[in-house]
Design a protein around this ligand. Structure first.
Ligand SMILES: CC(C)(COP(=O)(O)OP(=O)(O)OC[C@H]1O[C@@H](n2cnc3c(N)ncnc32)[C@H](O)[C@@H]1OP(=O)(O)O)[C@@H](O)C(=O)NCCC(=O)NCCS
Length: 235
């Protein structure tokens, strides 16, 4: 029997739409988000992370890209989509509250100051999005998500080096996540909460209200050699 081999592909948002495996990717992402490591916040059984095959490309927009992981089970078998992670430009809508500083309700001056500060709570460069693996114990828990995130970050650094305005300042990678279910995972990956907001039932198809966190990890251009370390992935 052929031993499965692991490989990845990086595609831009426009290239994504023409990939033969696009529907497999959509199905995998939707199945992934139905099974969480923790289930503190429950979601509708009808939750669909991606409504159609073009949703991800639309979300990523110009400049966005996706890394997809596959296993090949032999020459006569189609490749199987076993993971994904994406990057897009970060947009701060100014609606975030500093996650550890509840706003004073008594002091008018404090409130005004807080409103100004809130506008600058979540400054970022890129948003890591749609990090998903199938709900299969043979696939999860092996560092594959971490590997795909690193490939996304390497692409950001490569683009930064290739751009005219090269800078040594760190790139701010953001993530929006359900605090109750996934913040522990992202903290383990080195992210820190910077912004918080309360989301009502129904938002992201949640069956109850939840707290969304904006988390940040700064990516130093100098850490490139560290990120080039080879991962050994056994699937
Ligand atoms: C979150 C997810 C991408 C992690 O993928 P993965 O490849 O299994 O992750 P890694 O192998 O890199 O890390 C696994 C580790 O994180 C832990 N972990 C995974 N999800 C976690 C969570 N939600 N909270 C706390 N720890 C978590 C695992 O127990 C494991 O810990 P260990 O290394 O101490 O054994 C995957 O579980 C998934 O697809 N979840 C559903 C989709 C989702 O919620 N995506 C995140 C959106 S913000």
């Amino acid at each position: 029997m052929t031993r499965p081999t692991f490989h990845t592909a990086l595609v831009t948002s426009s290239e994504l739409l023409t990939q033969p495996w696009l529907s497999d990717l959509t199905r995998m992402v939707n199945a992934s988000y139905m099974v969480n490591y923790t289930n503190v916040i429950k979601f509708s059984p009808k939750k669909k992370r991606l409504q159609t095959d073009s949703t991800l490309a639309e979300e990523l927009g110009e400049g966005g890209f996706t890394v997809v992981a596959f296993i090949s089970n032999g020459p006569d078998q189609p490749d199987e989509v076993i993971g994904t992670a994406s990057m897009k430009k970060w947009k701060d809508d100014g609606e975030w509250k500093p996650h550890d500083e509840p706003m004073s309700t008594t002091d008018r001056v404090d409130q005004d100051l807080n409103q100004i500060l809130q506008k600058h709570v979540c400054l970022g460069d890129y948003e890591l999005s749609t990090v998903a693996l199938p709900p299969d114990p043979r696939i999860r828990g092996k560092g594959i998500a971490g590997h795909l995130v690193r490939l996304c970050e390497e692409e950001i650094l490569r683009r930064q080096r290739a751009s005219e305005k090269t800078s040594q300042s760190p790139v701010r990678i953001m993530i929006r996540t359900v605090k109750e279910n996934n913040s522990a995972y992202w903290m383990k990956q080195g992210f820190t909460a910077v912004g918080s907001r309360t989301c009502p039932e129904g938002f992201w198809d949640a069956a109850e209200p939840f707290t969304m966190w904006a988390m940040i990890r700064e990516l130093s251009p100098k850490s490139e050699s560290e990120s080039k370390q080879k991962d050994i992935l056994e699937v």
